[in-house]
Design a protein around this ligand. Structure first.
Ligand code: RB5
Length: 142
């Protein structure tokens, strides 16, 4: 699987730790920043990731900021992007099964590395259920 990851400064440490653990998931990961704990603006990195995501073949993307919300709000401005804030195992499964989320948004200030890895694992190992859920996600774009 090919995935792409980005964060702001609040998510930087979690991003780096996820990358260290990523071998467990057998994923190729492209990191588009940020590259330090220096303060940055989360929309810059969300835009950067989504632009790259839409141009190339990635299975999914991971965006990280303090609450997960700023990056999700930015990512969800784009057509056909379904960015979902996840903070536990069940939500990680449901955003794939029901929403076919293509961007996982992680709230770095509210989850542990262990939970982040579990979320990624649950997301990867869940499948979109289609059917009534397909009918619903088709109604998301304006
Ligand atoms: C940065 O302090 C923080 O505002 C940002 O990471 C994020 O939580 C915004 O939604």
């Amino acid at each position: 699987m090919n995935i792409i990851i980005a964060s702001d400064h609040a998510g930087y440490n979690l991003k780096e730790n996820i990358k260290k653990n990523i071998s467990k998931f057998n994923l190729n990961i492209k990191d588009v920043g940020c590259y330090s704990n220096d303060s940055v603006d989360y929309p810059v990195y969300a835009h950067k990731l989504i632009k790259e995501f839409t141009l190339n073949k990635y299975n999914f993307g991971i965006l990280i900021c303090g609450t997960g919300n700023g990056i999700a709000m930015t990512a969800n401005k784009y057509k056909d992007i379904r960015a979902a804030v996840c903070w536990n195992n069940e939500i990680a499964k449901l955003v794939k099964k029901h929403n076919n989320a293509n961007i996982l948004c992680l709230p770095a200030r509210f989850i542990s590395l262990e939970m982040a890895n579990k979320i990624i694992n649950n997301f990867i190992n869940s499948d979109f259920e289609g059917g009534r859920h397909l009918k619903r996600i088709k109604k998301i774009n304006k």
